[in-house]
Design a protein around this ligand. Structure first.
Ligand code: 5AD
Ligand code: SF4
Length: 440
């Protein structure tokens, strides 16, 4: 390549994708590309895509349309990264005129400079969507934005094959990073001023490197001097052994927050989803979490309208969320994904109306539970790590999260800075956040 090209990356989907964009940026910077903040300044626009539900897919298609039609420079090159890469490759093969110039799957980011180089040299569209059993990018330091929290992937891929989920097909098999290499990175994060690290993986608590399991890694990360808060996402309920919960309870710098994806409350549906637990086992894990970690904040993911789910079976999901009283829940309508076992074997037979009805009822129930949970904090003092000063609506408003991860907003007082931990008297609550006042 004769001169460096300017590139812009836009990210969709989960935190893992945010992190992957940081990896891609780092790889590009190291190869003389210049990262720009605006799509209009870029020779090359990359979309790091998500395919977990169909609406994520649709957003990306709309964006491509928008970029093609709004750009003053018709020669802008478009690249697709991430979870839609495999899909797009097929579409590109079927329709070579599609306005996509190159494609790189989640394990192919090291190929990006070559893909772009080839594109500029030959004018030919190129792609690499090969999934690897080894790639963990442990040798790449992500190009992180300065801030309070740093994402750090400790494992990639997934072997669970929940029947609704496309991730095993888009991101391939599970593989974990060497503990020593992770600890060295955490040390560098502390030196760079990060207060919090969030360990990431599609199945983060299935982490395994030789004899080290997730609990062993967490202990090592927790031992790093200077790291104030450690979080992790996204876990599977099957991998919460008691020693892990005990470690979380004992260690001050491990946040008392657990995301425990329920997906459904009915045994037949859970079995059809291949979740490997039934309702009673899930309730037992939740109970053990509450008993072992005082003050823990639990959140969840739920899918309504999985194929063949009846009204009575849906009511089992209501039963579980009322029993566990999660702090908050991400609730989704089932969305059929290509390649998955559900798409191949179970017709998407719950109507859109029924899915909408169930999601709305569940959201209402959860709203009341979230409010009740949040109101229980009124009158207490919470330690909050500041991650935002000034919001769009109120330049004086400060935001941060409690140890359990609940968003808390409060008025600015002199001397506050990003990354500072303050004690707040909690004075108000809504389903989404707490409101407080600085007391120290
Ligand atoms: N349809 C609806 N929701 C899904 N999720 C994953 N796959 C699907 C799908 N096919 C949800 C699950 C998962 C979260 C990240 O997205 O609840 O935990
Ligand atoms: Fe979306 Fe899942 Fe890929 Fe994340 S891993 S970007 S949620 S499909």
């Amino acid at each position: 390549m004769t001169s460096p090209k300017t590139v812009f990356i836009e990210t969709y989907g989960c935190q893992m994708n945010e992190y992957d964009s940081e990896l891609a940026k780092s790889i590009l910077k190291n190869n003389a590309f210049q990262l720009v903040d605006k799509e209009t300044q870029a020779d090359v626009v990359m979309l790091n895509t998500c395919s977990v539900r169909d609406n994520a897919n649709r957003k990306v298609f709309n964006r491509i349309h928008e970029i093609i039609h709004s750009s003053e420079r018709k020669d802008v090159k478009i690249g697709i990264l991430g979870c839609m890469a495999t899909n797009f490759r097929q579409q590109l093969l079927d329709n070579p005129k599609l306005k996509i110039d190159f494609i790189a799957g989640p394990d192919s980011y090291k190929q990006l400079p070559t893909l772009i180089h080839d594109l500029y040299q030959t004018g030919k569209k190129s792609f690499d969507v090969t999934l690897s059993e080894m790639e963990t990018y442990s040798d790449i330091e992500p190009s992180r934005n300065d801030g309070v929290n740093a994402w750090l992937a400790i494992m990639r891929g997934c072997n669970n094959f929940c029947t609704f989920c496309v991730v095993p097909y888009t991101r391939g098999r599970e593989r974990s990073r060497e503990p020593q290499n992770i600890i060295e990175e955490v040390n560098r994060l502390v030196d760079a001023g990060y207060k919090q690290v969030t360990l990431l993986g599609q199945n983060v608590n299935s982490y395994r490197y030789e004899d080290d399991r997730f609990v062993d890694l967490m202990e090592k990360v927790s031992d790093v001097a200077g790291i104030e808060r450690i979080r992790f996402t996204s876990p599977h309920p099957k991998d919460f052994p008691l020693p892990l919960l005990q470690l979380m309870a004992e260690r001050k710098n491990i946040c008392k927050q657990i995301h425990l994806p329920l997906q459904a409350g009915n045994d037949r549906v859970l079995d059809k989803m291949n979740r490997t637990y039934n309702q009673a086992e899930f309730l037992e894990v939740a109970d053990q979490v509450y008993k072992t970690i005082p003050g823990v904040v639990m959140t969840t993911d739920i899918i309504v309208g999985f194929p063949t789910e009846t009204e009575a079976e849906y009511l089992d999901t209501e039963h579980v969320i009322k029993a566990v009283k999660f702090d908050s829940a991400f609730i989704f309508k089932y969305s059929e994904r290509p390649l998955t076992r559900a798409a191949k074997q179970f017709p998407d037979d719950v109507s859109e109306e029924v899915k909408t009805d169930r999601i709305m009822r569940l959201i209402e129930i959860q709203k009341d539970i979230s409010l009740e949970r949040h109101e229980s904090y009124i009158g207490s003092v919470e330690s909050v790590l500041i991650d935002q000063i000034g919001t769009r609506r109120d330049s004086e408003a400060v935001r941060g999260r409690t140890d359990g991860g609940i968003i808390t907003s409060f008025p600015f007082v002199d001397g506050l800075a990003l990354g500072q931990t303050v004690n707040l008297a909690i004075e108000g609550a809504s389903p989404n956040l707490l409101r407080g006042r600085v007391v120290s």
